[in-house]
Write a protein that binds this ligand. Structure first.
Ligand code: AMP
Length: 332
């Protein structure tokens, strides 16, 4: 039954109708997947498979995150021919070029479900809500809206819960609201083993911990307090640290007093540098967009290709923080 207070009911119903209509559904997400991208795709696939066992449901992506492997693998890939009459649902990817699947255009129809600050439209149907704490939250709500028809297993609930906790910074970041907590509660009621999930998300190799301790000492501050660190390819290789663990060092800087913006520069295996921008209160998405990136108000990313661009980005971040502090002297 239609909930007249639900402003998103019509778009969700359009998506449900498309899922009902297609015999083959293929689900993809953004490159370099995080908990939200991985959890939402695996969770939605599980819901569709359990609800409609007669449908062929595939996940199709080209890269994976080792630390999320406990959520399960994607199973067999579709053939090119499977795309011909397929519906593709892309989760958590703001733009077409960030999709971790070069074959999505082969599909009959594409649906975009996302929560990034609007970047570019793609697909035939688009459900985008920038204020949502995660796409997993949107999928959990999608399930809740059509709970009389859809099936939520413990496995699906654990995938969605993982994405909700990771993308919301354990329910701390902007976007977390009463609805987030109610939907998380619904997932807990479905049997989520949160102790196991938190333990798997937090457990680190001792070498990684030592690397973090070393890098913590290398954190620098700009004039107005932007914290930053840089992990060169050489350092990463000499310490035997994965690109993923090196990238996670951005979180070492998240609680420094006065450093409302913090940035990690991570040298990739080619000559490009992954920039991870984080902030509290100050919005950094526009800064990332100036360098060809994007993301969320307080968590964005970009890729740069020269030290000059790194310096420029840092000086712009410093100016942004200076003006924010001038207007908000009480924020720490
Ligand atoms: P990351 O630091 O890679 O975790 O990215 C933070 C947020 O910014 C995520 O939501 C990403 O999807 C987004 N993001 C990262 N890099 C880019 C990029 N080059 N272009 C657009 N969005 C990005």
């Amino acid at each position: 039954m239609k909930d007249t207070n639900d402003a998103n009911y019509d778009i969700k119903f359009q998506i449900l109708s498309k899922i009902r209509e297609y015999g083959t559904v293929i689900i993809s997400r953004h490159k370099r997947p995080d908990g939200d991208a991985t959890g939402s795709t695996l969770g939605l696939a599980e819901i569709i498979r359990e609800t409609y066992p007669e449908k062929r449901v595939f996940l199709d992506n080209t890269d994976y995150s080792e630390y999320l492997s406990f959520l399960g693998d994607e199973g067999p890939k579709p053939e090119d021919a499977d795309y011909k009459n397929a519906l593709v649902i892309v989760l958590d990817s703001g733009s077409f070029d960030r999709i971790s699947n070069p074959r999505v255009s082969l599909a009959a129809e594409i649906i975009k479900i996302d929560h990034h600050i609007f970047d570019a439209s793609y697909g035939n149907i688009s459900w985008v809500e920038e204020e949502r704490s995660s796409v997993c939250e949107m999928i959990a709500e999608f399930y809740y809206t059509f709970r009389d028809e859809l099936t939520l297993t413990k496995k699906a609930a654990e995938c969605l819960y993982t994405g909700m906790v990771t993308d919301s910074g354990r329910f701390r970041f902007r976007g977390t609201d009463g609805n987030t907590m109610r939907l998380a509660g619904m997932l807990l009621d479905a049997g989520v083993d949160y102790e196991r999930i938190f333990s798997l998300l937090r457990a680190e190799e001792l070498e990684t911990l030592k690397f973090d301790a070393y890098l913590t000492q290398k954190i620098k501050l700009t004039e107005h307090g932007v914290a930053f660190l840089r992990v060169s390819r050489r350092l990463r290789k000499s310490r035997g640290i994965s690109l993923e663990d090196a990238s996670n060092t951005v979180s070492l800087m998240e609680n420094i007093k006065g450093s409302l913006i913090w940035i990690a520069f991570i040298e990739n295996d080619d000559d490009s540098v992954r920039v991870r921008l984080r902030s509290r209160f100050v919005e950094v998405q526009a800064l990332a967009a100036e360098f060809g990136g994007g993301g969320h108000a307080c968590a964005s990313g970009a890729t740069v290709r020269s030290r000059a661009d790194e310096e420029l980005l840092l000086s712009k971040a410093d100016a942004l923080l200076a003006s924010y502090k001038a207007a908000h002297p009480d924020m720490i």
